[in-house]
Write a protein that binds this ligand. Structure first.
Ligand code: 4AD
Ligand code: MG
Length: 453
């Protein structure tokens, strides 16, 4: 749009200020971090309209676009007609200047998209989702929708939300006194999915390369800044990929997404950087421009043990066999290497049943991508393609083979080497936005004791 044109702008008022002759309104329609300045000449008629306009009000403005004399914007609108769609009582509006803490804004998550910060975050979220679909689509991956309601615990961690229509106050019991799930809606015990991977493998062993992108649920009672009970995960799964191909894809994928954010969402990233995190842009650029470290778990443990000997203090102890805590992951990434690390060859006892076992009988071909400020951002592996090995691992872990027959069929009929991984969408957004708490990169967070809005 060029100066001189007649325009109609509709949006929400960010601020109103002015003097005796003139009023300035900063208007935002949510499409960008930038407001458009509205200039209104005061007279009895406009004063009446202006009296109804305050921060948060929704208005429509007709007027002429003119070059701005003030600094801060190239053009502004000289208003000729203003419609007030919705007034906003300044005394009761939940978004007040005096409390803009993230903690407070979480309590008014129904209103926080109106703030500059959440506008930027939510636009970034949308752009990144698009970039993910585009990345896979342009490489011939098939987008596969996996079920949200499932009868299997893919990760075997038992952190599932049960789905039932049985009456809780009077649950029908079987002969042994246990809940009788044959009377339940699906005729068996069901839960919300913790991962679409197992069904993803069915897709990959037929279509070659697939990805899923959907909501994922975990009833882990961990109140951390990196865990949600409902989050979104992207899970590509590829036939004929070994662990190395898997790592290459993960590294390329995540670099592509970070670069996409800088190339396509620069205004929003810059806003968040200026306001909260001066090193954000540098951190994003450094990830794009560097080769990720690839390290065996065993070597990682040696580095951490050495650090402890040199006086570094961790809350949780480290030794071969333990699952790494985010403090350990961040030490490797931020202190030791100063760049992202892909850790492989984890002990089989701390990883899921489906991972390909190494010759040593102790480790599996797992890979976790560890990021600065975040810790684990991606988890994945090469999959066990050997029927016998898979079945014996399932038995060893005391899992029920009966519920997994459909999955095991992929190894019975035309089994093939394959690999995949899962990227936590909100962990990616934490990285790209520089936010500190995962509750602030999803519109309506679900965490223990919190399902508001
Ligand atoms: O490492 P995870 O548990 O791996 C899987 O679920 C595999 N089935 C993935 C696969 O190989 N297809 O989870 C993958 C990623 C983690 O690295 C993390 O980024 C994210 O999902 N994640 C969570 N994000 C937010 N809140 C939680 N509670 C999360 N749990 C995992
Ligand atoms: Mg993991």
């Amino acid at each position: 749009m060029a100066a001189g044109e007649e325009v109609l702008a509709k949006g929400w008022v960010r601020t109103k200020r002015g003097n005796k002759e003139i009023a300035f309104i900063a208007l935002n329609d949510g499409s960008t971090i930038k407001n458009i300045q509205i200039v209104v000449d005061k007279n009895p008629e406009t004063e009446a309209v202006l009296s109804k306009i305050s921060t948060g009000a929704c208005i429509g403005v007709r007027g002429r676009l003119v070059e701005s004399v003030g600094s801060g914007q190239a053009v502004e609108i000289r208003a000729s007609e203003i419609t007030v769609y919705g007034e906003c009582d300044p005394m009761r509006y939940p978004l007040q200047k005096k409390d803009t803490s993230f903690e407070y804004l979480r309590t008014v998550a129904h209103m926080r998209p109106r703030t500059n910060t959440f506008g930027a975050i939510l636009r970034l979220r949308s752009q990144m989702a698009f970039a993910i679909h585009e990345y896979f689509h342009s490489r011939g991956f098939v987008y596969l929708n996996t079920p949200l309601i499932t009868a299997s615990d893919a990760e075997g961690a038992g952190q599932m939300f049960q789905v039932t229509t049985l009456p809780l106050e009077n649950v029908p019991k079987d002969k042994k006194g246990r809940p009788d799930f044959s009377k339940d809606f699906f005729g068996k015990q069901t839960s919300l999915t913790v991962s679409g991977q197992l069904e993803g493998e069915l897709g990959a062993t037929a279509l070659g390369e697939i990805y899923t992108f959907g909501p994922t649920f975990r009833a882990e009672n961990s109140n951390t800044p990196r865990h949600l009970a409902e989050f979104w995960m992207i899970e590509p799964e590829m036939a004929f990929y070994d662990i190395k191909d898997n790592m290459d894809l993960a590294e390329d994928f995540i670099k592509h997404l970070v670069k996409y954010a800088l190339d396509n969402c620069y205004d929003d990233v810059k806003f968040l950087s200026d306001r909260y995190d001066p090193e954000l842009i540098e951190r994003l650029q450094s990830v794009i421009g560097t080769e990720f470290v690839r390290l065996e778990y065993t070597e990682g443990i040696k580095i951490l043990e050495e650090a402890v000997r040199n006086g570094v203090q961790f809350e949780y102890p480290v030794s071969w066999g333990v699952d790494l805590q985010s403090e350990h992951e961040r030490y490797l990434v931020e202190k030791h290497f100063g760049k992202p690390v892909i850790l492989t060859g984890y002990p089989k006892d701390i990883k899921a049943f489906y991972m390909k076992q190494n010759e040593d009988g102790k480790t599996v071909r797992a890979m976790d991508v560890l990021f600065p400020k975040i810790g684990e951002i991606i988890g994945g592996s090469e999959r066990e393609a050997d029927l016998q090995k898979l079945e014996s691992r399932i038995d060893e872990l005391g899992m029920s083979r009966r519920n997994l027959e459909w999955y095991i069929d992929t190894r019975r009929f035309g089994s093939c080497p394959h690999s995949g991984f899962g990227l936590g969408f909100e962990r990616l957004l934490l990285f790209v936005t520089g936010m500190q708490n995962i509750r602030d990169v999803i519109p309506f967070p679900r965490t223990p004791k919190n399902a508001e809005f």
